[in-house]
Each structure stands twice: as C-alpha cells, then as structure tokens.
Design a protein around this ligand. Sequence first.
Ligand SMILES: Cc1cc2nc3c(=O)[nH]c(=O)nc-3n(C[C@H](O)[C@H](O)[C@H](O)COP(=O)(O)OP(=O)(O)OC[C@H]3O[C@@H](n4cnc5c(N)ncnc54)[C@H](O)[C@@H]3O)c2cc1C
Length: 376
Amino acid sequence: MERFDVAVVGLGAMGSMAAWRLASRGARVIGFDRYDPPHTMGSSHGQSRIIRSAYYEGPGYVPLVRESFSLWRALEEESGESILTMTGALMIGPPDSELVSGSLLSAREWGLEHEVLQPADVDRRFPRYRLGDDEIAVYDIAAGFVRPEKAVAAALARARELGAEVHKRTAAEHVKAGAVRAEGRTWQAGHIIVCAGAWNATGLAPGLDMQLAVTRQCMVWFRPRTPALHTPEAAPVFVHGTTGDAIHAYGFPSVDGETVKIGVSSESAPQHPDRIDRTVNKADLDGAARYVKMALPDLDPTPVRSVVCLQENSPDRHFVVGPLEPGITVLAGFSGHGFKFAPVIGDIAADLALEGHTARPIEQFEPHRFAKAPQA
Ligand SMILES: Cc1cc2nc3c(=O)[nH]c(=O)nc-3n(C[C@H](O)[C@H](O)[C@H](O)COP(=O)(O)OP(=O)(O)OC[C@H]3O[C@@H](n4cnc5c(N)ncnc54)[C@H](O)[C@@H]3O)c2cc1C
C-alpha cells in the first residue's frame, strides 16, 4: 500500500498552508477536504481577513505574526497572486479596555511602531470613523488585510505543483496514528495533521473534543456615500470594542472598490457545524446597520450583501496547536483570529511532522491544557 510522509485532514486556511510548507520541504503529502476549497462552508471566506501586529490577545503572538508577514509575501512571490495589502489598523475602545490596553502592551513590549490617537485626531486623519468621547485608538502601523480565498487557492496550487496529492470532496471519517480513513478506504501516513476547522470536534480523532465550540458569525457589506474615504490608502482596518464589550466589531476598507465589509461579533450558542443556520436573518442585518450608523456614518446603512461564517472557539480563545498524541498534530481552536497566522502555523505543522519539534513559541497553545486545568 502507498505510504505518505504526512496526511493533512482539512485543506482550509491551516491545512492548505501546511500542505504548501510540507511540500516545499520535499515531503510526500496527501491532503483531504470534505468540500472544494476555497469554499464558503467553513471559516475562511468573505474576501478579507485582518492582519495586525500590536496583538491585544497577548504579546506572545507578536513573533508569529512577524514571521507570517514574510511567509505571506513568499506565497505571493511563488504564486504571482496579490494576497496581502498593508493599511495599518485602528484598535478602538476606552483606554482601559482589553483591546486598547492589550494592543499597547504588545506594542511597547516589542517596540512596535504605533501612535495613540484621540477622537479629534482620528476625525482629521481618517474621517470615516466616529469614536465615542470616552474612546481612543491605537494606530498599529504594521497591519492590513489578506484575501482568504486567494490565499487558500494559491497555497493549494503551490502544494500540488510541489507534488502534494489533493483529494477534494473527500471527508475523512476517522484518524488514528499512521492512518486516515476516508470514503471506505484507508491511507497510510507517517504523520497526520488534523485541521478540520469547525468539524474538529465531531469525533474525527480521539481526544480532539476538548470543549471546542462552534458559533455562527455574519459578515455584512455596505455601500459608501463617499468612496474616497474608504480606499485601502485612506482607511485602516479596524477592531472596535465598545464600553463593557457591548459590541465587538471590526471592518475593512473597500476591497472591491464598491462596498465595505464589517462584522459585529455575536456570542451565539455553540452548535454542531452541520446544523448551523446559514441564512443571514433580520436581527443579524439590523445589528450591523446599527453599528454602521453609530461608528461609520458615511456608509449607507442598507446592507447590500451578507454571509454566514463558522467560528471554532477554544475555552480560553487561544489556539490549540501541537501534538495530540505521537504521530498526530492538531491545528485547532483559532477562535476568530487565526487567519493572519495561517502560513506560520502551516510551517510549525511542518516542523512538528518532519522534525518532531519546533523552535517557534507554541507552549501557550498546548492542546492538553484544558484537561489539566482544575475543575471550577
Ligand atoms: C466571521 C469571521 C471573521 C474572521 N476574521 C478574522 C480576521 O480578520 N483575521 C484573522 O486573522 N482571523 C479571522 N477569523 C478567523 C479565521 O478566519 C479562522 O481562524 C481560520 O479561517 C480558521 O482556519 P481553519 O483552517 O481552522 O478552518 P477552515 O478554513 O474552515 O478549514 C477547515 C477545512 O476542513 C475541512 N473539513 C472539515 N471536516 C473534514 C473532514 N472530516 N475531512 C476532510 N476535510 C474536512 C473543511 O471543509 C474546511 O475546508 C475570522 C473568522 C470568522 C468566522
């Protein structure tokens, strides 16, 4: 029976990058996806994803995002696709919010280029935004957005050119060390990487449930009245946490020259990925329109497009990356902020699969940390 060095289960953001990085190192790779990536059924669609450096979620992420920037540029060079656009980022909220204080902590700890802007500064320099009187913005310079569909397609195409075997529309049913079972057949591989996104916790591999929870999120597009205020040159990407975290929203400049995408994070109840309602409803649209009226008044608050996206959350909202058991690496729990890191996570997966260890700082993502945590 044919034997591969590494099998990659799930070829979305993380799996496509893992396949590319593994194939770049000369490994014999086989990959499986239940759909035909890039697609709109998982977590990696919708035209744009923010990449930012002054990471409010923790300074430990900063070295990884730095490496990601170089790997995004490498993927652009190898594929000839334009994937990364630099715009800067505004991290907006009250001074003592996690968003603002966490961004400043990372910026100061790593000496990252940034400015602290008062509402009047933002009004003058980036006039599409309206800040509340009690809010400030951390302007993170090394930031922008990546194009998720192009990124996944480019990484998969490169992986194939470098010899990877890709099985689309082939759902893995079960994974154990040395073998993947899919569509009634078993494939042998020296190492297995499980990165099935929202489907990680559906019985794919023993020990992979670890309280990963899938929630439903919506992205909504609006039309600007003054397009010049929303170009990538004029409008940094942003993340906005209002007082008491009543709203956590984010958005982009216009990527298509006609519309602007925003998202208002929702804390919906966790659901099985196959049972999530994929229709955008009136409440979703009303929430986004309310936010636009408050914070981006140049946008016409009538939505022109919308889509549902699945988010896979870990209990502490930090990633789950590392050995699940000997011979199996898991890349999971990206909790709504993983895309920017996808190429470096893919390269870390290649380290773990081919070398058995990595020099990158992934201790914070240890997969078994939840099992070890004392019960509340
Ligand atoms: C609305 C929204 C906005 C976001 N915004 C940002 C942002 O601005 N910046 C940022 O950095 N991150 C952002 N994220 C997070 C980021 O998009 C995700 O962390 C990332 O896309 C997760 O990638 P993944 O590879 O884990 O999942 P996916 O890309 O969904 O890939 C999983 C793949 O596994 C396949 N699969 C599932 N089951 C099987 C099986 N049994 N066999 C084979 N294949 C299988 C699926 O078909 C899918 O292709 C956002 C997420 C959401 C939902």
